[in-house]
Design a protein around this ligand. Sequence first.
Ligand SMILES: [Zn+2]
Length: 529
Amino acid sequence: MKKIIIVSLLSALLTAIAPAGSTGPEVLSLVRVQVTSESQAADLFSRFDETHNHSDGEIELLLWPGDLAELDSLGYDYEVIVHDLVARDAETQAASTSTSIEMPGPDRTTYRRLADYNAEMQALAKENPGLVKLIEFPNLSLEGRSIFGVEIAADVKSKDGRPTFYLDGVHHAREWPAGEYVMIYIHYLVENYGKDEEITRLLNEGRLIATPIVNVDGFDYSRESALSAEENVAHQTEPTGYLNGFEGYWRKNRRSLTGVTVPLVQKNPDAYGVDPNRNYSYLWGDNQGGSSGSQFSATYRGTAPWSEPEVVNVRDLILSRTVTGVITNHTYQATVLRAGGGNAPDDDILEPLGKRMADEMGYENTGNVGYPTTGTTDDWTYSVTGTLGFTIEHGSLGFHPPYADSVQADYKGVMRAFDIMFDAVVDPRYHSVVKGTASPGATVTLKKSFRTPLSPGNPTGEEAVAEKISIKVPVAPDGSFELHVGPSTRPHVNKAESYTLVVKSGDKTKTFKVNVARGRVADLGRVTF
Ligand SMILES: [Zn+2]
């Protein structure tokens, strides 16, 4: 009974705020479109907002007001899966049980808001100073917000070359479970350190760097507008501030491209914003539908690679730390995707590792999302550093289904999958080690400059962009140094490449060329001046 009232109230609200004279239903709809070629798929991706949840010969699209008429005009066969997504959400939310269960961190029954994430990370760093260190990224978001993450490791403040697992979530604003799993894993590691033998080992040998919410502006907009819509329904109040809950389905960041705010019921909000997961440099700017050059597209890549501050933060971290494994979290397809999409030179490592993680979560180990993508996180990190890279598309019920049906139901398998990755991150068979001894107080910097290829014909007119790895650590008090890094030759490059290692003691420096393959150790022995 309660369910019916909520749905009908919401429908009434939506009807009340639909602009007069508008054409077509002012709802968000999910449709599945039949395609027979890659070019048809690319055409749809360039025009519409895709959900990630595709299968063979079928593309699932989220249609914004006005999109249905455009889809009709193109002549594709399609099936409407959900006519009114916001009403469907209200219905499933009302039907879902939201009782508290025991979880790492606070026992929540609803998705965190941005302030919850920030407060929890700040409190963990304050309460566990030897284990958790707060990171505030150098670049603020476009709307001026600080972007936070944490490092977790035994003796976390020591500067060393330990193998590091980089874990993040919510490049895409509406994919709320992606941030939840990262935050819950942070609590899980803190709560189990010193108690669970395996977690204790991982945090002694390695380090986690975690950013639950990369796209803070987009997430805040999505999360708060959905809450506002729920409040409006619950209290039968007119929508204020946020319009109608459509904004809960925002994907991109909040870059203003036009400087004009248009009521969302009248215009596809994807006219604004850049897709952060299409803004990384590797093969940026393709013409095959892997990203879009249209500001109106949900996969708009921006005017150039690295135009968005959120991804610059991730880039600068990856290029300056000893990261040997990356997972970036998304929703939804219930799949584990990997760098290179199944064609990476290291797929003999990536494929079985992906399978083990997929099995723990009950997902498919598909490798790629089933259509071309360029400028993405895991492809870039793998191509420039050789680090093992995965994208996990969590769940199958939607971008942010009721908490009980997604996060509460699935988090245990996700924790086990992250543990499998962390174990691979600290395993020297899967990366390279550069070590030696020098006088305590000296510093060691591992460097490499290279050019990362963009897609041919991309709009910048450049073939590649200059990028640089530079990782600096002090020599330990016992005189040793040991850096866990990717191989010196990048995976997609045919000729051998070297690192440059600079050891600096006082005003003296010594420089070495280092060639090291995956699974091998380059031992420089004693460095004397
Ligand atoms: Zn996503």
